[in-house]
Design a protein around this ligand. Structure first.
Ligand SMILES: [Zn+2]
Length: 425
């Protein structure tokens, strides 16, 4: 079989001869013996025009190489095209024409698009199904009883106000002039819209405890409008949710127009310190908040030194002890010192050291200062970070009417309600 077949589109003998010579191959069918520069003078065609002239007057195609899809013979646009086609065919043993290749690509893309569309539709359907499950699971029947402001314990009241304050003031979307201070009123209706609530307290564990308690008391509820991404599903049931991702509805059972006045009454009662459980609950809550602040500050200072640390029981116990006797300003200063001592020591060691050892360093430092009868020094300013949490602002502002000052005062000097032990009570 000849490697090339020619089909002439002209009757002009000279042009047919030119095309024949152009496409003529040597014995092995690999090389073209007639060079363009030699053909040019014989046919009075410039060398750079020969190819165009040949293509206009003659089609060259292969009797052997045909498209595997449509069976059309491989045609050639130039000698190098021919050589390239031969190499490709020897290597792969098949060839596909451009049109068939494009058609196949188009079909592949179409198939891909349809698969993606189907997957999207399925995901959408699943999401709708999940939304429906959430809507059913968290639907709240009308007219449920709710605790009155006078029935809330101190802890529940503080948790509720902190939940309302958490996440910063809810801003409206009206553009406001820059000298106008942002509204921070709890009476804005948006605080009672279903919303994400996080950063109530200094630690995530404490936040979860707060939301759990509010939920148990009917003071907060997971909103049926929450996004499915906030939940964990198993088959057709909801098996869990992320407290920081679901939308929370505060005071779900209180009629919407009565919520602001409900909150106002709670605040007023806290301000008047008329809680029946005041003396039992106040010290416990103060301590819980203060310990959480210490844990947060420890995590923060260790982070600054390049250590990641998850607070454990050892740290909570230690801070619980220190907070009974020292102000936050003192404990923070000791945390800062112990963390830096630990980081200096750790840098000199060959092996990486556990960040939790900073807690041991802190205990050791304080015990030593005590045994020497030394003063436990305090920060004379509150560090900028971490910022005070919503619960600490609410608790100290509403129950004592003091803001920052509590930071610098040990419990016994702060004019705080007295801490009664079991025996004294
Ligand atoms: Zn084809």
């Amino acid at each position: 079989m000849p490697p090339l077949e020619l089909k002439f589109l002209t009757e002009d003998a000279r042009l047919i001869e030119l095309a024949r010579l152009y496409w003529e191959l040597d014995q092995e069918g690999k090389r073209f013996p007639h060079q363009l520069k030699n053909l040019a003078p014989d046919f009075s065609v410039p060398a750079n025009k020969i190819l165009d002239t040949v293509l206009e007057t003659c089609e060259a195609f292969s009797p052997e190489i045909a498209c595997e899809t449509c069976g059309r013979s491989r045609s050639y646009r130039s000698r190098s095209d021919y050589s390239e086609a031969q190499r490709h065919y020897r290597r792969y043993g098949s060839w596909q024409c451009w049109d068939c290749y494009m058609e196949e690509e188009r079909r592949r893309r179409e198939e891909e698009r349809r698969r993606r569309e189907l997957a999207e539709q399925q995901a959408l359907a699943l999401r709708r199904h999940h939304k429906e499950l959430i809507r059913k699971a968290y639907a709240r029947e009308e007219g449920r009883d709710y605790l009155l402001p006078t029935e809330l314990s101190l802890t529940s009241a503080v948790y509720l106000l902190s939940g309302i304050k958490a996440g910063g003031p809810v801003r409206d979307h009206r553009p406001r002039s820059f000298w106008e201070p942002p509204a921070e009123s709890i009476e804005e209706p948006e605080v009672f819209s279903p919303r994400i609530i996080k950063g109530i307290s200094p630690t995530k564990a404490f936040d979860e405890e707060i939301l759990d308690r509010l939920k148990a008391r009917g003071l907060a509820a997971v909103s049926p409008e929450s996004e499915p991404e906030a939940f964990e599903f198993y088959d057709d049931s909801i098996v869990g949710y992320d407290t920081e991702k679901v939308l929370w509805q505060l005071l779900p059972d209180v009629p919407a127009d009565e919520r602001p006045s409900f909150v106002r009454q709670v605040k007023e009662r806290l301000g008047r310190r008329e809680y029946k459980n005041w003396h039992d609950e106040w010290p416990r809550l103060w301590k819980q908040i203060a310990v959480a602040e210490c844990l947060q500050f420890l995590v923060c200072t260790l982070n600054d030194c390049g250590y990641s640390y998850t607070p454990d029981a050892e740290a909570s116990d230690l801070f619980g002890n220190l907070i009974d006797n020292y102000s936050l300003a003192q404990v923070f200063r000791q945390i800062d010192k112990a963390t830096r001592d630990f980081a200096d020591f750790a840098r000199q060691q060959r092996w990486p050291m556990r960040a939790g050892r900073a807690v041991g360093q802190l205990r050791g430092n304080v015990e030593y200062y005590r045994s020497q009868g030394w003063e436990i020094f305090a920060f004379c300013y509150r560090p900028m970070s971490p910022a005070r949490s919503a619960i600490s602002k609410v608790f100290f502002n509403t129950t004592l009417g003091i803001g920052e000052e509590y930071f610098f005062k040990a419990p016994q000097d702060a004019g705080l309600p007295e801490i009664h032990t079991e025996e004294e009570a």
